[in-house]
Write a protein that binds this ligand. Sequence first.
Ligand SMILES: [Ca+2]
Length: 327
Amino acid sequence: MKKTLTLVIVAALVAALTLSSAAALFTDFDSWSEFVAGGNPCYNDEDAADYWIGEWNGGNLHEDTPAYAEITAGKGVDGSKGLVVYEDGMSNVGLYLFAKKAGLTTDYTGANYLRVWMDLTDVGFRKANWGVFDSSYSLFTTDEGDIDGMPFYYLADGSSDWVEMFHGGDGCFGDAQDSDVFGFKGYFAFPVADFWIRDNTNWNALDAGTPANMADVQGVYLFWDYSDMLMGGEKFTIDNIEFVDDYKAPLPVPAVEVEEEVVEAAPAEAAPAEAPAEAAPAAAEAPVAAAAPAKSAPAAQTGDIVSIAMVALVATLGAAVIIKKHR
Ligand SMILES: [Ca+2]
């Protein structure tokens, strides 16, 4: 009986420890103090930059249909900072988010999904796909798998039910791929096993079908275009980019703590700080409020605390049971 109890306790400890490593944050955009666009960083990292937005694989800007990515207060999850993205046209857009300059984690060994929150309230995609690039700037995305039926998952804000959806025959999602996401707002998750080497950005001559190496994630990549010409200029938002072992892993919960810190530190300025972001849609919105010192309290930290508490609780209970058995 005692052995059985001990085994149960050990299993609970392992489960609690595993929970703490279930999610690794790439970025929630909350702690960025600057957001620097790179000059043709698609093939190299000579120009230290935070992001690139333009031609998806050629390192050229779309002169006639410029695209924008701006970290904007109030637009992310629960009113946090999020990355607002839009384009003055309907070209194919590649968005690269670089880890190196900002010192983001590049090793996501063991991750099975890229999970990201998107607010597509006013936007639908004709075609879109997520992926990663490695330290050679080779791209790995679902777009290379030109087969129907590669799954992805969606959890609408306020819902507790993940819905399974599918990429279409071009390895993308969107209304041209029978997976329209117009108006969606919530978390999306994409299996990283379907992020395959793109043949025309395959600088290392890897074999076709080579999946991304999750120990070498130099950055995250999104390909997209609008589903309708009339959407030109409409904005959508990206936030809470993570790599998780299970797409149903506990969601990050940083917003409450961030808001509390801001309110406590400067109650008079906290409220109006969010208003200007929406007040000037046409003007170039200032990327990143450099003055905002609010700490990013990554979900992983909260998760760790919860896990540590669970471990302590389980260990205490276990010790109590064993002591009682000995008596
Ligand atoms: Ca955020």
